[in-house]
Design a protein around this ligand. Sequence first.
Ligand code: HEC
Length: 279
Amino acid sequence: MRSLLSVVVALVFATTGVRATEPPAIPRDVLAKADFLKGRAAFQSRCSACHALADGANDLAGPALFGVFGRKAGTKPGFGFSPALQKAGFMWSPARLAAWLADPKGYLPDNIMLIPEAVPERDQLNMISIMMVETGAADWPRPQIAAANATVDKSKPYSERFPSFWNHMMFNTVRYAWERPGQGEYVADVYYNEDGSVTSNQKGVRGFWHIVEGGPMPAMFCYALQGLAVEPGVAVECVPVAAMSIPRFNERLWQSKGYQGQVIHGGILPGRPEKLTPG
Ligand code: HEC
């Protein structure tokens, strides 16, 4: 009887326990040899809109990640984690993070981290390697990179530090157009507001933006949008502030790749409608 029960328990565990299982460990020497610069670029563009790596407060949309490796999931003080993450019950290891980033919803169902797509395999090790160095979990050497803004005076507002960016982005309209084969385009006009919020002419679209600076990368303009009527409803990107500082107007100024290779066109139109309806 008891053995039958344990078989039943084992079966239940096998079906519900697919989530968050311990993946095979990633050897440290593999991580130590990963490509730091590629990892840094991947983290910048995919994660830094919501996460800081340096020690500090949780002042972005996601928890600050310093010390995350070896810490129990969902326990960084001062951050409101979802029940899914609070109940995950494991310590973050490189392998756990790789498994999650490879399948964000499948590995930890019901978590509330919205990323547009899984992190491709080619970026995972590189990204985790630099995350380990920057969050204090490893001390392997990293290439010396000239610090682009080692001494950033953060006491001044963005409007003074990045005046041409500010004048261009706070008073004009950014138009994104998603190509939808067979269905025409989905177009959303987006207004980046002075308080870091985002509004749109498309109902239900909202988001946030901020500038990530310090460290070896140039200052980056990072934004996240959600509620978009295209799969998977979310867009997250960081681009150099300099690229958004040149006053130029055209519906099609740049092109980026979205979820599963979607083509997204971006451009800037002069001015904004007087009355903005928040989404
Ligand atoms: C749009 C914002 C956003 C983006 C982009 C984002 N995250 Fe998150 N992240 C979150 C939120 C919100 C949580 C908390 C999730 C929850 O509570 O379910 C989180 C949680 C985490 C955690 C768990 C922290 C802990 O202490 O348990 C890790 C690790 C993490 N993110 C890494 C990443 C990495 C690596 C990337 C880039 C591939 C990334 N995140 C991109 C918002 C984001």
